[in-house]
Ligand binder design. Sequence first.
Ligand SMILES: [Zn+2]
Length: 115
Amino acid sequence: MALGCPRCKESNQVLHLPAFWKSLPRESELRDEYAPPLEYRMQWLYPVAAGALGVVALVTGGVAAGVVLLAGGVGVGFWLSGRARAAEDARAKWSRSWICRRCPATFLREEALAV
Ligand SMILES: [Zn+2]
């Protein structure tokens, strides 16, 4: 069974996106266009530092500052992990994508037509 492009319905130019991207010459401008999404490096330092300062403030009697710092650290940590997850999802989607060299459309395997 071949994969057909969901847009133009052709199957003879459908390629696995990562393989297509790797096959591009280094100077090809398509390399940027179809590059895998960037990895997101989690910056744990700020949320952890804010949380640690919050604990110190709580222990030393600065309850208001401690609560604010702890909540801020947890909030930022949660937000960062959401961004990291989104970047991971985008990379996973890229590695499961196919490209049609006729139209050119990119699509997931489950969106492809069975030809
Ligand atoms: Zn197509």
